[in-house]
Design a protein around this ligand. Sequence first.
Ligand SMILES: [Fe+2]
Ligand SMILES: [Fe+2]
Length: 237
Amino acid sequence: MSQEWVAKSVGELVLEKPSRSKVFEKVGLDYCCKGHQALGVACAEKGIELSAILQALEAQDAAAHQEEDQTWRESVATAVDHIVSTHHVFMKECMPRLDFLTQKVANVHGHEDPRLLELRRIYLQFQEETYAHLEKEERVLFPMCLALAEGKTGAAMGGCHMSVQMPVNAMMHEHENHGANLESFRRLTDEFVPPADACNSWRAMLDGLHEMEQDLHRHIHKENSWLFPTAIELEKR
Ligand SMILES: [Fe+2]
Ligand SMILES: [Fe+2]
């Protein structure tokens, strides 16, 4: 049965069972921005042994006894509501804290580990882009998705004749930037592992960055693999 998984896209595999994301996270396989790639292709590109991944996925599926909550994708409305109230709220809560911590740790320890200065520089840019990104989704793209789900087009959408494909492309492009920034945070912090003598602020910063990475991966996955393709399908009908 697991041979069927080889041709399936990584995003699809996670949509079926979200806990599979843990397996992909462990080996650094991108299931959000590159979620469209078939598992076989993604493994070949990353030099990951396919049989080991298939085994790990089977073990993960067996371990996840409980039915995972999939109710968020019952409709476009439930998906938008879930993404905004869960993932957007999470980002708006964690970014001010990480803004404080990345600045503090860079100021105090930047001379010991100059990568902290680079981390701070990238974080500031990431944060600015992310606030703007959330705003664009909430003000432009998500209302378009909701209108399409209600069967509205053109004039009914406030005279807007723009295809949903345009903002979707723009948001997916920004997701790729977010993914690249998350990779930089990981690379500049030895995979979020604190040095033995790290102070509590340093540890809290790494913990916060790691937590943000996990949430943002799930967030982007839900948009790229379900919400955006669903809106595009609705528009075609
Ligand atoms: Fe979002
Ligand atoms: Fe997004």
